[in-house]
Design a protein around this ligand. Structure first.
Ligand code: FAD
Ligand code: NAP
Length: 340
């Protein structure tokens, strides 16, 4: 039931487009394969890397151990008495296609998350978010294979410990769970979230639909972000740092135009603005660089290496730290992990 291959290139399976080779590789199309896979990895002492669309990770040139491409498919729904709908989607389905189909079926809530690359199964890992909506806002539960307990189980929203671009799957217990399906709780009534610039202009429309918001999000994203098929990237490379209000006041004295937003009693700084202010926007170092229209995006122009990208990342972190006294944490996960 497990068809394991050796020395498989991952160049087309990561959106940064880095050249990488998996020592072992397997495609998971049936959840029954998961206990076998975990047993095999344990016996052979192989590390396991779960791969979805490869849009939020930075690969080294050799990935020792097993890479498992999660390719589980499926979609089902159940209407609740209060009019809401539970929608269960298997982990290997494409995220954007799923959001598109939700709208076709009259299920609303996730339209602001259109055009985010990757799979449904990876979406809870960093609690994907955009334009004022986060995955957790409409998540009911996550189905997983628990590698520690060796069993299939379900995690409620609270058990997922969702936070800003974070969850139990990313930080607390990063290698414990294999996500097999996600169940969302969605509405038949459309309640638009239009707080972000680019969407707020839709507020005046007399007959606004969720499809309008979806199209607008797609249109803004196409104009601002590089298409990974044309320019290798992993989306926002750094998280927006969140600092105490007192620190913001001090920073505002030195940088009155610093872009920040309130965040649950604290202050979220726009990392892209700080990187731009440090002069990095549009700069290129070898085959990697900082995207000219969005300083939060680092790119591989083709033939770039992880070493080059790590150097660029470190230089940006240092420069922002020296200018603003704030450390930028990378958003994607590194495989193998960065050596300190
Ligand atoms: P991968 O990159 O394959 O994996 C990401 C992590 O999840 C890895 O640690 C992997 O091991 C783990 N993982 C994957 N599948 C599973 C599974 N089934 N079970 C357990 N762990 C798993 N992110 C946002 O939040 N908002 C955005 O607006 C956004 N825009 C982006 C735009 C661009 C152009 C790009 C390139 C990226 C963007 N991202 C954004 C980041 C990325 O698309 C998301 O984080 C996405 O959810 C990653 O999905 P993936 O399938 O590609 O995951
Ligand atoms: P933007 O609209 O230019 O805004 C810059 C930053 O300011 C964003 O990071 C956003 O924080 C914050 N922001 C803007 N308006 C805000 C508001 N009304 N309230 C609170 N925070 C606000 O950003 P962009 O680069 O074009 O991206 C638009 C959206 O897509 C953002 O939500 C961004 O997170 C998301 N996106 C994410 C990725 C990724 O890889 N993670 C890639 C591309 C786009 P937040 O990031 O917290 O929203």
């Amino acid at each position: 039931m497990l068809s394991i291959q050796r020395n498989v290139p991952l160049d087309d399976l990561n959106t940064l487009g880095f050249s990488a080779n998996a020592e072992y590789f397997v495609q998971i199309t049936d959840i029954a394969q998961l206990p076998l896979l975990c047993e095999y990895c344990q016996e052979q002492k192989l590390e396991l890397l779960l791969l979805g669309g490869g849009s939020n990770l930075v690969l080294g040139d050799r990935i020792g151990g097993m890479v498992a491409l999660i390719d589980l498919k499926g979609w089902s729904s159940e209407s609740l008495k209060d009019g809401r709908v539970l929608l269960r989607i298997a982990a290997g389905e494409n995220w954007h296609t799923a959001v598109d189909r939700m709208l076709d079926e009259g299920l609303f809530g996730l339209e602001n998350l259109a055009l985010i690359p990757g799979t449904v199964g990876a979406a809870p890992v960093q609690n994907i978010g955009a334009y004022g909506v986060e995955l957790k806002d409409h998540l009911h539960e996550v189905e997983v294979y628990d590698r520690a307990q060796k069993c299939f189980t379900r995690l409620s929203r609270s058990a997922c410990h969702f936070a800003y671009r974070d969850s139990v799957f990313k930080s607390l217990e990063p290698d414990r769970y294999i996500i097999t399906a996600v169940t969302f709780i969605l509405q038949r009534d459309f309640n638009p979230v239009l707080g972000y610039s680019g969407l707020s202009e839709l507020a005046g429309r007399p007959y606004l639909t969720a499809r309008d918001v979806f199209e607008q999000v797609c249109s803004i994203r196409r104009s601002k972000l590089p298409d990974p098929k044309l320019l290798g990237n992993a989306g926002s490379f750094f998280k927006n740092p969140v600092i105490p209000p007192e620190q913001l006041l001090q920073l505002k004295q030195r940088f009155p135009d610093l872009v920040s937003y309130p965040d649950q009693g604290r202050c979220k700084l726009a990392a892209g603005w700080m990187i731009d202010r440090c002069g990095w926007k549009g700069r290129r170092e070898g085959q990697v660089g900082v995207y000219e229209h969005q300083a939060l995006v680092l790119f591989n122009a083709g033939g770039g290496t992880r070493t080059e990208l790590e150097r660029l990342m470190a230089n940006i972190q240092l420069s922002v730290q020296q200018t603003f006294g704030v450390w930028l944490e990378p958003e994607p996960r590194f495989y193998p992990a960065i050596k300190n």
